[in-house]
Design a protein around this ligand. Sequence first.
Ligand code: ADP
Ligand code: MG
Ligand code: MG
Length: 208
Amino acid sequence: MSDFTLETAKAWMSEYARVLDEKKEYLTELDSPIGDADHGTNMARGMKAAIEPANLDQPDLGSLFKKVGLALVSKVGGTSGPLYGTFFMRAGKEAGETTALDGAALSKALHAGLQGVLDRGKAELEDKTMVDAMTPALAAFDKAIGAADLAAASAAAAEAAKTGAEATTPMLAKKGRASYLGERSIGHQDPGATSTEYLFESLAASLA
Ligand code: ADP
Ligand code: MG
Ligand code: MG
């Protein structure tokens, strides 16, 4: 089984920045009825900064994800910046000074990232947030890594993230701006869960 390497991580971050730029209007559209119509521009701006050479040219996975996280915290603004920033900083701390992770170690790093989002945002499952895409994505990844290679496991994670993002539509938002709308938040897909879908689709693309 091939490992997740520093090169894979750089390709992942570059692909995520590319996809966010491509989908920024759509993400902002999702953030209009249940937010303030800035999620796409926020995330595209943040990842554009994150993949600047000063951030991407790092000697190990720990430093790379830490730099990406710091860039997101400082450039995104809004709720999602600190949350995605924490995701990457915690994942980097778990990964440490290494240039390759096997499936189990990558899973550990991603779980540390998710735990950071939970610690910081205090969202629970079905609160209609990015957590509703991240949690099933990691469950699918963990289920697949025993039997499949990293490419197949990350493809399974991406599929589960997409299903998770779509499942936010009928949910009543309990966190973030969308929660201010109460019942009126029902019937709209969550923008943050959708950008998390793209995060895992980008990971799968970088490993394919
Ligand atoms: P803002 O709402 O500050 O404008 P964004 O529009 O960039 O920030 O991000 C909104 C997204 O952040 C939501 O769609 C949701 O997925 C996510 N979010 C909001 N609050 C939380 C939270 N407490 N925990 C996890 N995710 C959250
Ligand atoms: Mg917003
Ligand atoms: Mg905002």
